[in-house]
Design a protein around this ligand. Structure first.
Ligand code: NAD
Length: 271
């Protein structure tokens, strides 16, 4: 297990205001990022997917003294427009965006990709897990000045074939490519766009993947550091990319997975 630790409080995000999309509960990666950004002085607004999640998200939001919490299903253009209009009204601008949203039918996150992927779920997975970053990023960019920064969350399944990840891997590949095109388009305005490729974490999202626990165990055993990916490590990377520490870094996929992604074949001790 990775050693538990927290960052000292600081001022790296003081004066910055941003939107975090994708908190479902206190295990969400979006929440891990939010709590560290708040400890560095960021002012944060949150979107949540629907009424059912509101009661879980509200106490978290209140625990860091955040004031803006907006319902927004990422497939609903009217809700996206309303959320960003509200941010413009209340803040007049935006410094950062965290997109931490993905969905696919869990019946298709198992077995054969070729046999199990339906047209309907392929398109829905793409819409929620890839296009929603483009849709949110477009709206966020209109509120950003130079030094604005956006991140999204991706996984190694975009680059390599992993068991059960199936259509979600295809959606993550589209997400990573979208991130690079967004970085190209928004770069001249001084806005940076990056992705964090996190190692497998125990969240709601991974529960939908058959063998998700196996992905966590293999991620630990194969990783060069021989430990789980830590939420602090992911949040620390987000802090780097979203603060002025990340100036000049854009269009990048940064792996935060204890080195899992560099291993081709696990070390069997020479046997
Ligand atoms: P999570 O379940 O806590 O977060 C997923 C979020 O997506 C939830 O808040 C959910 O409400 C939101 N969402 C799904 N459909 C939506 C929609 N239509 N509109 C708005 N929101 C919607 O799980 P997580 O692991 O924190 O996932 C966050 C991101 O991190 C995802 O993109 C996921 O693919 C990525 N990621 C996760 C892992 C992992 O092992 N858990 C590893 C790498 C990347």
């Amino acid at each position: 297990m990775a050693e538990e630790w927290v960052f000292p409080k600081g001022e790296l995000m003081r004066g910055k205001r941003g939107l975090i999309m994708g908190v479902a509960n206190d295990k969400s990666i979006a929440w891990g990022i939010a709590s560290q950004l708040a400890a560095q002085g960021a002012e944060i607004a949150f979107t949540y997917q629907g009424e059912a999640l509101e009661k879980r998200v509200r106490p978290l939001v209140e625990s860091i003294g955040a004031k803006i919490m907006l319902e927004c299903d990422a497939t609903n253009d009217a809700q996206l427009d309303a959320a960003f209009a509200e941010l413009e009204k209340q803040w007049g601008g935006l410094d950062f965006l965290v997109h931490s949203i993905a969905f696919s039918d869990k019946n298709e996150l198992k077995g054969s990709f070729v046999e199990n992927t339906s047209r309907e779920n392929f398109l829905r997975s793409m819409d929620i897990s890839a296009f929603s970053f483009v849709a949110a990023g477009k709206r966020a960019s209109k509120l950003m000045k130079r030094n604005g920064s956006m991140i999204t969350m991706t996984y190694l399944g975009a680059e390599r074939v992993l068991p059960s990840y199936n259509v979600m891997g295809v959606a993550k590949a589209a997400l990573e490519a979208s991130m690079r095109y967004m970085a190209r388009d928004l770069g001249p305005s001084g806005i940076r766009v990056n992705a964090i490729s996190a190692g497998a974490m125990r969240t709601l999202a991974i529960a939908g993947i058959q063998g998700g626990r196996g992905l966590i165990a293999t991620g630990r055993e194969w990783s060069v550091m021989k430990e789980d990916t830590s939420m602090e490590g992911i949040a620390g990377c987000a802090l780097w990319l979203l603060s002025d520490l990340g100036r000049s870094t854009t269009g990048e996929v940064v792996h935060v997975d204890a080195g899992f992604h560099i291993v081709g074949v696990p070390d069997t001790g020479g046997e």
